[in-house]
Ligand binder design. Sequence first.
Ligand code: ATP
Ligand code: MG
Length: 471
Amino acid sequence: MRKTIKESIMKNLLMRREREILDRLHAAGYEGYFVGGCIRDILIAARRGILAEGMPPIGDIDVATNASPQQVQEVFASYQVVLTGLKHGTVTVVLPAEGAPSRPIPVEVTTYRSDGSYSDRRHPDSVTFLSCIAEDLARRDFTINAMACDVSGNVVDCFGGQGDIDAKIIRAVGDPNKRFQEDALRIMRALRFAAVLGFAIEPDTETAIFENKHLLQDVSAERIFMELKKLLTGKNAGNVIRRYVDVLGVVIPELLPMKGFEQHNSYHRYDVLEHCIRAMELVRTTPENAGYMKLAALFHDIGKPGTYSMDGKGIGHFYGHPKKSEELVRAILLRLSADKRTMERVVGLVKRHDLLFERDERLLKKWMNRLSPEVLLEILEIKLADNLATGNMSAELEAKFIDIRQMIAEILVQEQCFSRKTLAVSGNDVLAAGVKPGPAVGAALDKLLDAVIEGACENEREALLRYLQGI
Ligand code: ATP
Ligand code: MG
């Protein structure tokens, strides 16, 4: 097993262009190792036997070296280097683009270091450069992230990272309490790796996570949000939220009232939190939209606890909950410093998650025009996930959603008209036909669009111009 793993690393990691960095360092008399996440990902892939099918998608390849930042700059004097991380001993060396489709590859080359004390619990007060890779590995967060690999494919594993990968365990390097007190972001990172890799958190590490969870309050919103987004797209995200909702509740307290909040109506089998987690697990996403679709699904009913009422028959209602959810999700994303696009998409999806869908082509085209086909399809997917996550969805309702998804796809494939842009006449045509410049042009186009969608007029130039004369 060890031999095959070593061969896999040799074959895959060391054939990458980043190897040039190690070779140059060695030629100049320094040590150089690939280190951190790339070793973790390649070892996991090797164990799953994925490597046989080609290189798995691994993230950035980082390099650790005993050369000082100054020496690194000298070794790579003929390369483009970026010095943004110099304070922490990091020099980014840019490998130039090679071949037509290739892009330049930036590689972070970091001097072995230890991080000193963390009096603000965020940034080390001082950084000490070291001469030994083993000491550098000791500052890293989890055993699976604390491995390095030399140019011959030998793995340096001082903390049992390979064993923990075999056992699918996330374990802090050293004393977990101390490590989370140094940098509480590691708490979010532990949850993120548990979600993405499907690993369990080792009991002592888990205990320390619960004991130190309040320290997350001091971590910057941007760092937390980056981890949260990765966490939610992980295959095991649902189970991580179920188990660690009290930890996530430190940064998103709005999640806490959802826990155990019974809905008391015949639609729902689960409490609000479980329902939302299931929606997040079930929602169909693409690699492009997963980040905001998962957020929208998880938060779509976050306003329910605040809008609950029970009628005389003992049935629970949540009047106005989409609006309340929209308000809360906006506040959460602002607090977490979400980027503008994520904010817009999530808020829009949460706000409209109650949109009524019918097998009605005309109505669908009007919504496609108003919101864009992309957004309408995303709302449909959130709604489908919402209904699936009640635990009581009928087969007929599911069939309806699938039909509607198909109808929208057909409108697009057949290039049917649903917007001004897809209309067979333009603003200039309308002007040429005698409509006055100004708002009347848009109004005329909208009337024509309406006529086409309603079936009153063909989407055909002559027919539209004739129709225009009759308005
Ligand atoms: P990803 O796949 O998201 O890149 P990663 O583990 O590579 O995950 P990076 O942020 O790229 O994460 O960090 C590279 C390495 O630096 C990690 O593998 C780990 O060894 C170390 N590291 C990163 N963040 C921390 C931290 N907060 N505390 C200690 N070590 C860290
Ligand atoms: Mg990385």
